[in-house]
Write a protein that binds this ligand. Sequence first.
Ligand code: ADP
Ligand code: AMP
Length: 217
Amino acid sequence: MMIVLFGPPGSGKGTQAKKLAEKYTIPHVSTGDILRENLKHQTALGLEAKKYMDRGELVPDEVLDGVIKDRLAQPDCDSGCILDGYPRTIPQAEALDAIMNELGKTLDVVVNIEVPDAEVLKRISGRRMCACGASYHIHFNPPNQEGICDLCNRPLYQREDDKETAVMNRIAVYKKQSQPLIEYYRRKGVLVTVDGTAEIQEVFEEIAAALDSLQAT
Ligand code: ADP
Ligand code: AMP
């Protein structure tokens, strides 16, 4: 199953994608994670992306389209994947259509996770990350021991672009450049909207129920 998780920054895409990847045994493909991994290894892609990420802006479409094309062509995506953070613009959605066409795949569903701005701000300001990829929230999803990852015991940190100035820009960029995708996918008949304000497990169950009913048809 080819699934796109869509929603504003902090809506819970990464959190839900990890749980869905485990349930449906398909890979979680996060463009944000791919870019951060590249930055960690100081690749040309990572260094180029950093200029945009630190300001809360989008990395140019051409850069991301190439990244996704290579990733979706990997054999572990043969039976589908969960895309998190891509597409984020209409040109990226068009590029994704073309890439999937080329690879003989079809997009089954776009899950739009709706969360209001005030909640997004609370979530992003409390988000803490681990180098192993795990993500927490200081109040809503805290680790067992404050500031320490449950999975690997390393210290947690706050993403540079989760600090206040970049966050406001990321929300504005989402509204201007990404929100039009909701209509784009509604017209294609693949959009499912879920209430992202519920607890993590409840949101997960709502998404899984929607995916299961699609699989049954
Ligand atoms: P995104 O990938 O959309 O940017 P994340 O999955 O990283 O968002 O979630 C943002 C923050 O909000 C994280 O700290 C996460 O633990 C927390 N979070 C995610 N889903 C919920 C939820 N349903 N209720 C409360 N907090 C949540
Ligand atoms: P995320 O982890 O999804 O919040 O993404 C973090 C940052 O990576 C974004 O604010 C962008 O700067 C960049 N990024 C991730 N995915 C994309 C994308 N599809 N298009 C453009 N920039 C992206």
